[in-house]
Write a new protein. Structure first.
Lengths: 275, 356
């Protein structure tokens, strides 16, 4: 009893923090979303998503987030697997090298990509030196996806690497012992046992990718308008906080939906795999 | 050529030599136990046979075939791992059927085999249960079932009972012996528990620091240890430095005592091993040496006594109670005095390091 009181007492600062920084703003956004600038109740800020411009942005966001997540997964899984299988004594250092970019300023890293990808940038000067045709991908969807993949890749590698590290080596040996070759061991044992890591990786990449607007600002140059950019512009340029809040709520619903879909995948597979 | 043969097998990890030129022969359909303290190389030997490690040099033969380079999944050998290593994402049925599915056996065959294996380990009807719902002992039985359904030529068991409590360990020992009889295949068992080894094995291989110390039946190993390490590791012993004066007469702790050993030469330094249950206590003056009881502990079947005789403190097991401080004399019949050569070369000295 005393123990319980003591623990709940310790949670007080956190509760205050959540109140002020999460719950209160959420109610504010909800309040803005459900009213017009005169302050009376309306649903028009929510239904505004049906506007073709907004729908197009939302669809573009989903597409970019989807490709970003898929490419990250395809790149990250082999990397995590190789990292895990390396019989290195200093694994920490290798993992550190992958996290290192995360410690540098995010804007700087994206600006660097702007310089690399620009028409007279490093990429094109390398290509022209090699006698290859130059690419004009800056300010396109490709550049935005590339920037996001670069930015979110560590968030995919780390949970997968962690999940792989948690697999008991003896379980993998047991599969080989029972006659499984490398591929069977991978598909029947390693992959299913790292599923939790894959799901957290997908959530950790897909959710921020869906609502991102900074990467598309810098690498899309105003030509790639994600739903995040639309919301940002409603707040900063159009000064229409009500509309911005309404679209935010819609986006939040999409985020929650995608997370619950992922969790459902998790649950159903835990329920038992067919033989 | 024997059924399993290790031919000059060496293995080291990070420059530390684990096995040095190991030669080991194992007969078909025997229960062989590798026994030794941790770090003696017993698990490495098992892993080399399972195919989880490759030797640095030397060859391993199974049934006359060189399997040194054969990967684990192609060896007709299955393993029961120390911590069970069951697949946590599969049901019991899927775990046991894993190997058979890879061999592309028919569904009926697989189901029959699973049923048979579960019956053999006393877990009938557990097919659909999940791994989490099992106790440690049950998980280990499933691990055994999962290994034996594949009808391996050799079953490797890596301290499989280590994580279980004493009572369960004892009953599992009898079950393993029963399973061994039913299957009629070779068991290679790794343990550091001498009681387990003595109970179950046909042959015990005592190892220390990468070298085989002695190979023999449990009776041989217990009654006729070849060196001080084996004597000390298997059961408890009084190990005393002595001098073999001539055949059938040994001198230690300042007294000369008749024994039955011959052929050591004259005035040769030796180790004298006397089991605590072989020491008989008598009234002072009647034995070969007098002493004082310094400790008396009740151990259930017997009392464990410490008897101080000058510099040396004897360990004695008796069924009679003695008071601390009581004066007694010691007696040992010549047959129960075991004489062993002292290590001569440096290599042999290494083998002894643990008991000093």
């Amino acid at each position: 009893m005393i123990n319980k009181m003591r623990t709940s007492f310790l949670a007080t600062p956190y509760a205050i923090w959540v109140m002020i920084c999460t719950i209160l703003p959420l109610f504010y956004i909800l309040g803005y979303a459900l009213t017009n600038d005169a302050g009376s109740f309306t649903l028009s800020n929510l239904t505004a998503i049906a506007d073709p411009v907004h729908l197009k942005s939302l669809w573009l966001s989903i597409r970019v987030a989807f490709f970003t997540t898929a490419i990250c997964l395809l790149l990250a899984y082999p990397v995590a697997l190789i990292l895990h299988n390396l019989k290195l004594t200093n694994k920490g250092l290798v993992v550190f090298l992958f996290i290192l970019p995360m410690w540098m300023n995010f804007m700087l890293r994206i600006l660097a990509w702007q310089i690399i990808l620009s028409n007279n940038g490093i990429l094109n000067s390398i290509l022209s030196t090699l006698g290859l045709p130059t690419l004009h991908i800056l300010y396109t969807e490709t550049a935005v996806t590339l920037g996001m993949v670069y930015d979110f890749l560590p968030y995919m590698i780390l949970p997968i690497y962690n999940a792989l590290s948690k697999i008991n080596d003896q379980v993998v040996e047991a599969a080989a012992d029972l006659g499984a070759n490398w591929w069977t061991t991978f598909t029947k044992v390693t992959l299913p046992l790292s599923k939790d890591g894959i799901i957290s990786g997908i959530i950790m990449v897909f959710v921020p990718a869906l609502s991102s607007f900074v990467v598309s600002n810098l690498l899309g140059g105003g030509k790639v308008l994600l739903i995040g950019n639309v919301i940002e512009q409603e707040f900063t340029l159009a000064r229409n906080w009500n509309l911005g809040s309404g679209l935010s709520i819609i986006l939040m619903i999409f985020v929650l939906l995608s997370m619950s879909v992922m969790n459902k995948v998790d649950d159903s597979e835990n329920g038992g795999m067919p033989v | 050529m024997e059924f399993i043969q290790f031919d000059h097998v060496s293995k080291s990890y990070e420059k530390q030599l684990i096995l040095d030129e190991l030669d080991l022969y194992i007969k078909e359909n025997t229960f062989v136990t590798l026994l030794g303290p941790s770090g003696c190389g017993k698990t490495t030997t098992l892993r080399l046979l399972g195919g989880f490690e490759k030797p640095d040099s030397g060859k391993i033969y199974l049934n006359g075939n060189d399997i040194t380079a054969l990967p684990a999944n192609l060896r007709p050998i299955n393993t029961v791992f120390q911590k069970y290593a069951l697949f946590p994402h599969m049901t019991i049925e899927e775990n046991i059927g894993f190997g058979l599915k890879i061999q592309k056996k028919s569904k009926d065959y697989i189901n029959d085999k699973i049923k048979y294996a579960l019956k053999l380990v006393n877990l009938d009807g557990f097919e659909k249960r999940s791994i989490d719902s099992l106790s440690g002992g049950q998980q280990q039985r499933i691990a055994i079932a999962r290994a034996i359904v594949n009808e391996p030529k050799v079953l490797l068991l890596d301290e499989p009972l280590g994580a279980l409590d004493l009572k369960l360990r004892q009953s599992m020992q009898y079950e393993l012996m029963k399973i061994k009889q039913e299957l009629g295949i070779t068991f290679l068992y790794v343990t550091h528990d001498q009681e387990e080894a003595l109970t179950m094995s046909d042959t015990i291989v005592v190892m220390n620091q990468g070298y085989i110390q002695q190979i023999g039946t449990p009776e041989d190993i217990y009654n006729e240890p070849e060196n001080a390490f084996v004597a000390d590791f298997i059961g408890e012993s009084n190990i005393i430095e002595g001098i073999m004066i001539k055949d059938e007469l040994v001198s230690f702790l300042g007294v000369q005592v008749p024994c039955v050993d011959k052929g050591f030469g004259t005035m040769k330094p030796v180790d004298v091993v006397i089991r605590p249950e072989d020491v008989e206590l008598d009234a002072p003056g009647k034995g070969f040496m007098d002493g004082v009881i310094t400790d008396c502990l009740f151990k259930g079947v017997h009392y464990e006594l410490d008897v101080q005789c000058g510099e040396y403190e004897w360990l004695v097991h008796t069924t009679k109670y003695f008071e601390v401080g009581q004066k007694v004399s010691l007696n040992v019949i010549p047959f129960n005095i075991q004489i062993m050569n002292k290590p001569e070369s440096e290599d042999e000295e290494v083998l002894k390091e643990d008991d000093q």
